[in-house]
Design a protein. Sequence first.
Length: 234
Amino acid sequence: MLTISYNLRKHRAISELAALDAQYSPDVLCLQEADTSDLAEHVGRLQLAHSTTGNRLGLAMYYRPDRFEPRAIRAFALKKSLHDRVLRPAHERLLGARLVDLTHDREVIVASFHAAPLTALNSLRRHQIRTALGELQFLGPGLPTLMVGDYNYPVFKENLAEKVREAGYDLTLSDSRTYTRYKFFRGHFDLATSAGLEMRSVRTLPRGSSDHLPILVDAHYSDLRAEDEIDVVI
């Protein structure tokens, strides 16, 4: 399962999506900072699954209809930062989809996530990640899960990875930095969190017109029994 995650930087990189589909043939495309009023129903071979509605610049997800069939799709509001309360840039920061994989005759959860901006504390972003993973488990208990997006977590990722592992998930960074706009905030902002999946690779793709570089996640199913419980304790 190939998944691309891309923060469009206030929708600036929207014109690049068709080329990404043509070059990398993703099965799922997860977007952040997309103008949800200006999204095409189809991008190359991909079909729009859903987008958030609580804010203009939000989340969206596309999928390959010959590979997946949506079973349930939900947008979730997460704990707000002071930045969110004052400027109200985002209400829904998680978009999760329960998909039927027609190729393998099984279900999987895929989500697009956008954490609070850098003005917030890491503790708030950990709270958002914890809540997001919990909501996805309600959406599909015990199913293989992949959450990708802009985590806005520039430092202390080792601590975040440890907390994620304690919760039964893996946090995977890409092979090179995904954000280089500011000298003091360069690093891996765009990450992948997974359970029940073998992460073969996470690649940073070439820069486009966004301040974030897209990432390409190559994930394969691993053995995760449906009755296994994942205790979210971040």
